[in-house]
Design a binder for this molecule. Sequence first.
Ligand SMILES: Cc1cc2nc3c(=O)[nH]c(=O)nc-3n(C[C@H](O)[C@H](O)[C@H](O)COP(=O)(O)O)c2cc1C
Length: 257
Amino acid sequence: MESTKIFSEVPNIQYQEQTPEILVEEFRKVITSRRSVRVFDATPIPEAVMTDCLELALLSPNSSNLQPWEFYWTHSPEKKAKLIECCLSQPAARTAAELIVCVARTGTWKQNSRLMIERFKAQGSEVPKPAYDYYRKLVPLVYGQGPLGAWGPVKKAVVILRGLFTPTPREPASGADMRVWATKTTALAAETLMLALRAHGFDSCALEGFDSVRVKKLLELPSDAYTVMVIAAGKRAPNGVYGPRIRFESSLFIKKI
Ligand SMILES: Cc1cc2nc3c(=O)[nH]c(=O)nc-3n(C[C@H](O)[C@H](O)[C@H](O)COP(=O)(O)O)c2cc1C
């Protein structure tokens, strides 16, 4: 298959996975019982449970499998105390057994692209050439923004011109686009993390009410890191949920087209 056809043609691959039977009612219980919990009791989350939840989060779908996420799980009491302050001392952060900072990285795609190629090589001959080409040729073109984002305007112009004639992926074409790109993926993993906690019988609250500059400094994050949200986790206290869940009419959000 020509490498340009990677999006439009089904490759000739002999690979299959079995899917287990799933009880939808168990899934529904996880989804419906997840609430944003603002007060946790003193129950600790076993290290193995927290590790499992984080490992499950890493199974989330992610753009081009480039995994532009990082999860900072506070273990030092001093760092945790400082992080709570950064989270404006919100009760959810103050009472949480564990705090996880979900970070999107716009600069790790090069390294992770190389890791993908290494994995392909280890897999041997069954990996088709277009898969290699995707990471060797297309990924640098799509995600590379050039020194100081210099390619951005050029990319934009090319994309607009090409888009006049044929459907064309238009982003990412700037540093801001790259932040959106990495954030989408990281947010999906944050959701998986919260659902995994619920499935283990624990609770969570996503927080964006924090001082991102202070959090970045506390975690000594590099300049390409973007703090997407903090996940406060623990066992809900009796007063942990502030009220019944409110959602507006589905018809406002689900559009049949
Ligand atoms: C990205 C994001 C940021 C949030 N930030 C906060 C926050 O800083 N403090 C807080 O108490 N809740 C926060 N929440 C929780 C929302 O308020 C909550 O999800 C929403 O009210 C719906 O309630 P539910 O999660 O119980 O269904 C956040 C949720 C998300 C997804």
